[in-house]
Design a protein around this ligand. Structure first.
Ligand code: SAM
Ligand code: SF4
Length: 352
């Protein structure tokens, strides 16, 4: 499989010339307007997925280095002032962060936040679903790559599949209507379980999304050969379960391509970061648990918001920091480029 790279350089000059947007908008030099912020609330996790974390000797951030809810709230306020509308909480595992519903409550009541969502591994969901819902959370993604305990243990190096399934049911009972499942298909690991997982999601009215395996594992063992492309997953589902029909997206910045089952029962999405990069329409920024902005999952540079927050810095300084972060965003992730350098941080440290 070749890894394609979004080439948008030629459009950049055009956008620069015709950019008539609000000066306060986070528009980069390629004309991409940033409206989405992923906020990592912790780098800690209660499982150890091989595609993300090391198995042992994980050094987590000291708690004092992790942003407080009040610090996150201030950053979000500044980001809203610059046009951010969507917030997704992630990690590490966000539900291991103490009192998370309090942060949900703070963010859900901000008038500028049009969409607040959370990505979780689901282990603690049964305990927390109701509190999260009561705090104002409406959208939730649960990561689930397999329905076999043995495969789950192989991937996560922990037990817990039944707990996650109970968590999904609890989320449903708590009133979450839109529950999405994130799955990574990996050769010789869970490739043969794709159809079973798709079938399960259809039966339980869950929207399934396949994300291609990216070179962000802490063990640095990622190999292109292990990647099962979105197209391969789609063919498998089409051939073995039910035909899939492409849906047209109302939101061009949406990285997932959605397909509806031809019998009308549910849909399935594909985030094909490697085989069909969506960098050209990327509108995302990230804030790590330690308060560093990143402009790309594969970026190698940090913009230090925490230094401003803890150094009595002004909102104007945070604005300038965010604008600089956006101004320095590259055209694409460049994984296919021979000069590609893996980020110094792994998925759990950046916030997926
Ligand atoms: N702990 C939560 C969870 O697993 O849902 C939230 C954080 S996790 C880093 C967010 C998402 O990133 C998960 O859906 C996970 O499957 C995905 N992810 C982690 N490592 C990945 C990798 N190397 N390539 C692609 N997706 C990855
Ligand atoms: Fe934890 Fe999520 Fe990373 Fe798995 S993908 S190790 S659940 S942070």
């Amino acid at each position: 499989m070749a890894v394609a790279n979004g080439n948008i350089r030629s459009q950049a000059i055009k956008h620069k010339l015709m950019n008539t947007g609000n000066n306060n908008d986070l528009v980069d030099s390629f004309g991409r307007k940033h409206e989405s912020l992923r906020v990592s609330v912790t780098d800690r996790c209660n499982i150890r997925c091989f595609y993300c974390m090391p198995l042992e000797n994980v050094t987590f951030l000291p708690r004092s280095q992790v942003l407080s809810f009040e610090e996150i709230s201030r950053v979000v306020d500044v980001a809203i002032g610059l046009g951010i509308k969507k917030i997704r909480l992630t990690g590490g595992e966000p539900l291991v962060r103490k009192d998370l519903p309090r942060l949900i409550e703070i963010l859900a009541t901000k008038s500028g936040v049009e969409d607040l969502a959370l990505t979780t591994n689901g282990i603690l969901l049964a305990d927390q679903a109701q509190a999260l819902r009561d705090a104002g959370l409406r959208r939730i993604n649960v990561s689930l790559d397999t329905l076999k305990e043995e495969t789950f243990r192989k991937i996560s190096r922990r037990d817990g599949l039944a707990t996650i399934l109970a968590g999904i049911a609890a989320a449903r009972n708590a009133g979450f209507k839109e529950i999405r499942i994130n799955a990574i298909a990996i050769k010789d690991v869970n490739e043969n379980e794709i159809v079973t997982l798709a079938q399960f999601c259809r039966e339980h009215d869950l929207h399934l999304r396949f994300i291609e395996f990216m070179p962000l594992d802490a063990d640095k063992k990622w190999d292109l050969e292990q990647v099962v492309t979105g197209a391969a997953v789609r063919n498998k589902i089409s051939n073995e379960l039910c035909n899939l029909i492409a849906e047209t997206s109302a939101d061009p910045s949406q990285p997932a391509k959605d397909y509806r089952y031809s019998d009308g029962r549910q849909s399935v999405g594909f985030i094909n970061t490697l085989s069909e990069p969506f960098c050209g329409s990327c509108n995302r920024l990230r804030l790590t648990a330690e308060g560093q902005f990143r402009n790309c999952l594969f970026g190698t540079q940090d913009w230090d918001a925490r230094a401003i927050l803890r150094g009595n810095g002004s909102d104007a300084e945070l604005v300038a920091l965010l604008q600089d972060c956006v101004a320095n965003k590259k055209a694409g992730h460049g994984i296919d480029d021979p000069s590609f350098i893996r980020p110094n941080k792994s998925m759990y440290q950046i916030g997926g």
